[in-house]
Design a protein around this ligand. Sequence first.
Ligand code: G3H
Ligand code: 13P
Ligand code: ZN
Length: 331
Amino acid sequence: MAVSYKELGLVNSRELFKKAISGGYAIPAYNFNNMEQMQAIIQACVETKSPVILQVSSGARKYANQTLLRYMAQGAVEYAKELGYEIPIVLHLDHGDTFELCKSCVEYGFSSVMIDGSHHSYDDNVALTRKVVEYAHQYDVTVEGELGVLAGIEDDVQADHHTYTRPEEVEDFVSKTGVDSLAISIGTSHGANKFTPHQCTRDANGILIPPPLRFDILEAIEQRLPGFPIVLHGSSSVPQDLVKIINENGGKLKDAIGIPEEQLREAAKSAVCKINIDSDGRLAMTAAVRKVFVEKPAEFDPRKYLGPARDSLKELYKHKNIEVLGSAGKA
Ligand code: G3H
Ligand code: 13P
Ligand code: ZN
């Protein structure tokens, strides 16, 4: 049975983005697949008084079930109130790849959808994105489109190289499609291996420094679309302390390198008003679970390892809101 996100107590992203651009911060878009991740996101965002975008990929939707997700989102709204502070919560489809998926998410209470036509030709991307916008806007659901291709893996699609967003295309794309926000490619990528060591330089302490994001492209886009909401995907920083815990406790992560936090902080001050983070949450959960398994091998109550994982996630998200995105105190 179709339900409007408004009945669930959710909001779309329009007003949040306006405030984020004028305030020089970005709204966190955290992916979730299960209850513990959702609890950690809500706890962190309530404690830091931050608006939040709860983000669901098509894989996550299959994993968690569409009906459960609808009630989890409604539960998230009530849970935040119970924790003592009402924060704006968006339920967003991450990397929607078909019109039918976006339509189904609108029917199941999503307040925002992404239609990612970035792997299609420009004209096909425009046509598909426009179709989703025309449908979603009837229900006041906001739509994110994408121009340019990130290197790395998105669901089942693998791209070996970045195709940076071409600033000369953005005005035409936005005006033809009517999207509410635009995801761009300026050097971020999905997953925990964003750069190879040979793409990086080393500082005096031997720490690998990845190549900087293409802020020149971001500026050119901002000049062509003044005040228009820009989205950064692939924005995990891959904290090396978490990678170390994973590898010291039986993990095998090699050459895991992310986007330095200072660069994300700089981006958040610009028209970038939504920053997507998934992999860092995965690392925090995995590190905590691996640690319990190694330190307490006799433990078999899931609450004894998922509980610490949830606590670690919450600290990670609080840190992001306060130190990286600048969204703390903005709800
Ligand atoms: O952009 C990709 C997100 O990290 C979601 O990943 O498709 O494995 O749920 P997933
Ligand atoms: P990360 O893999 O860098 O966390 O990016 C997540 C993302 O962009 C989800 O859409
Ligand atoms: Zn993404």
